[in-house]
Design a protein around this ligand. Structure first.
Ligand code: AVJ
Length: 324
């Protein structure tokens, strides 16, 4: 067995909220809501991987092309011997581009909320990078948590480079996004952050990316209900809800909802929840930035925007932010 097959380590946040707690509190609110991080159980992570391959979902392939095109420049900015810490690591595909270009990376620390999914993808990565010190952490990066120092290294001593691709930052409202950037900066021991950010563009193009013809995004959205049925014994009727994802141009964001198609009630953890006909459950925001508006936010979060790369059509951007 490979020596770098590190066991999954669980980083326990100070305040943990379970999927059940989130549903019970979110479905009591008006309007109802479910936090988007609960999309990503194993089934949801797979559905998200399928989204990344959709013809309408330009984000992933555009970002991957940018990382490939600028990998050596990125590696030079990161410097030699760094620990790459990835927030919400998912399939671990994009980091391979960095690992191939990096100058003797000291370690790779993927952090993901889905332990089951992380386990599988970490094995595949370890097989392809046998010499890499691989340290998978299961945890929720939206909560305050401390990334432990690498063994044999004092806290604050390891040179880190953060990696936060995919425009996951877009899931946070601007205030929360800035707070998250601040906390990431604090966890990087003075290192920089490589972050992918989706850009404001033609609203129809954005709309299409979240309303794909094959209906994969609808399945991804409804996985929240399917997951509640699987894990918590709820009785959501998946056909009783519609996937609805309009672009809100004033707020520069896609808003995603599950809309109840009729008056209905659902049983969950011994409680009854009533839905009016047409009632929405808010499940996700996906904010879009201009290059300038994102750099401004990064500055306010204590970063120095050092470099930015974008494609010819200005669909997507990748930023290298240094700590100040
Ligand atoms: C993983 C948050 C970047 O907002 O585009 C894809 C998630 N939701 N399709 C995004 C998502 C619907 C995705 N992020």
């Amino acid at each position: 067995m490979d020596t770098n097959l590190a066991r999954l380590e669980i980083v326990t946040p100070l305040e943990a909220e379970s999927f059940a707690d989130c549903l019970l509190s979110g479905l009591r609110k008006t309007p109802k809501e479910i936090a988007c991080k609960y999309f990503y159980d194993e089934a949801g992570s797979r559905l998200f991987d399928a989204i990344c391959e959709l013809p309408e979902y330009y984000q992933t392939r555009t970002e991957v092309a940018l990382l490939r095109r600028h990998a050596l420049e990125i590696a030079a900015l990161m410097g030699p011997g760094i620990e790459i810490v990835e927030f919400g690591a998912g399939s671990l595909r994009k980091v391979r581009i960095l690992l191939d270009a990096a100058q003797k990376p000291r370690a790779y620390t993927p952090l993901d909320i889905s332990g089951d999914y992380l386990q599988g993808v970490v094995h595949a990565l370890a097989a392809d990078y046998p010499a890499l010190h691989l340290r998978p952490l299961v945890g929720d990066f939206t909560l305050p948590l401390e990334i432990p120092a690498l063994s044999g290294q004092e806290l604050n001593k390891s040179r880190r480079a953060g990696f936060f691709p995919g425009s996951t930052i877009g899931n946070f409202k601007p205030d929360a996004a800035m707070a998250l950037l601040r906390r990431m900066r604090a966890s990087l021991n003075g290192g920089g952050l490589l972050i992918g950010v989706d850009l404001v563009k033609d609203p129809l193009r954005l709309h299409a990316a979240y309303n794909d013809a094959a209906g994969v995004t609808a399945l991804f959205n409804k996985n929240l209900l399917a997951r509640a049925n699987r894990e918590l014994g709820a009785d959501f009727d998946l056909d009783g809800f519609a996937h609805y994802a309009p672009y809100n141009p004033a707020a520069h964001r896609i808003e995603m909802y599950l809309v109840s198609l009729r008056r209905q009630s659902v049983n969950l953890c011994g409680q009854r929840f009533d839905f009016a006909a047409g009632e929405p459950v808010h499940t996700e925001d996906s904010h879009k930035y201009t290059i300038e508006s994102f750099r401004e936010m990064a500055c306010r979060a204590g970063f120095n925007p050092r470099a930015v790369w974008t494609d010819e059509a200005r669909l997507f951007s990748v930023h290298w932010l240094e700590s100040r």
